[in-house]
Design a protein around this ligand. Structure first.
Ligand code: GLU
Length: 315
């Protein structure tokens, strides 16, 4: 891994910025420049490599679901979390209602909106301030704040998530705090991060929950294992299967354009590319990750057959 490789990967990904569009269902997000692309890598040995718009601030959006899941598992345990959602890929869009509208069903997993909203109710006793300082700690980024403009924009266009929340309440999956739950969920989606912050979070996850620089354990090992498994199977919405074949790394996307990827035991990767495909995943970001994964043989199933390969052999 080096910066030259990241540069090549961004060059490879750039044409795909034109194949998507920035999110507009949250009006404030439509102000992003879809041509931007950046990446940051943090190894567990402490090296950092970056390229392009790696310092651009953008809202974390659905990548907050990873932190919410990890925090809920850490504080309330496996049973409390998986009482509210299943652990299955949904095969449906991120804000789908159809799959939970049947009487007996609960959300498919904690990384789609319905499941994430149900999980956030568990976090209400911790509150926004505690969550914010945990996010800052996990991302080693003290400059993370709530982007008020994006928050207001999403809050005033939250009919879909509001209906999901009421549906969850009708099923007894949210006790009664619909407004408070939705508020915290939306605030946590509006935290502003960079590709570098995401790579720092990925580094902690890659290192089994211990921050390499400080030696501090931030998350239990089994919390990290469960979180990474959910990311691998469900982190890219209804694109999770194809992404697992092409990239093969536990990852989570957000409609702000971010992707968090983890190479277990090796490194965290943060990507920013706000032009999204039809599933809500960064169009070019996925291609950048595919390039790196194939060139460096990072697919988790390549561990058993890994040997050096040149980019020209692959593409
Ligand atoms: N805040 C967004 C929503 O709830 C998150 C969606 C996403 O990033 O995929 O619609």
């Amino acid at each position: 891994m080096d910066e030259a490789l990241l540069k090549q990967a961004l060059e490879f990904g750039k044409p795909y910025t034109g194949k998507g569009e920035v999110a507009s269902y949250i009006p404030e997000l439509s102000k992003a420049d879809g041509r931007e692309l950046g990446i940051c890598v943090r190894t567990i040995g402490g090296e950092e490599y970056h390229c392009g718009y790696w310092q651009r601030r953008f809202t974390i959006q659905s990548i907050s679901k990873v932190i919410n899941l990890a925090m809920a598992l850490e504080h309330y345990g496996f049973d409390a979390v998986f009482h509210k959602t299943k652990m299955e890929p949904s095969g449906a869009s991120f804000n789908a209602m159809s799959r939970i509208s049947d009487n007996e069903d609960i959300p498919f997993n904690p990384l789609v909106n319905s499941g994430a909203i149900a999980i956030v109710e568990l976090l209400l006793p911790l509150g926004l301030d505690h969550m914010l300082s945990s996010v800052r700690g996990l991302c080693s980024d003290k400059y993370i704040t709530m982007d008020e403009d994006v928050f207001k924009s999403e809050w005033s266009h939250s009919a879909r998530n509001r209906s999901l929340a009421y549906l969850l309440q009708s099923k007894g999956l949210i006790d009664g705090n619909v407004d408070e739950t939705l508020l915290l969920y939306t605030q946590l989606c509006s935290l502003s991060v960079t590709a570098e912050s995401l790579s720092n979070l990925g580094q902690v996850l890659a290192n089994g929950g211990v921050q390499p620089e400080t030696g501090r354990r931030l998350l239990k090992e089994e919390v990290v294992r469960t979180t990474l498994t959910m990311m691998l199977t469900c982190g890219m919405y209804d694109g999770s299967g194809e992404f697992a074949v092409r990239v093969g790394l536990p990852s989570k996307s957000g409609v702000g354009g971010g992707i968090l990827s983890v190479v277990p035991g090796e490194m965290g990767i943060g990507v920013y590319g706000p032009s999204l495909d039809s599933k809500g995943n960064s169009a070019a970001g996925q291609k950048v990750l595919e390039y790196i994964s194939r060139t460096e043989k990072l697919h988790i199933l390549d561990r058993y057959t890994r040997h050096p390969v040149s980019a020209s052999e692959t593409f």
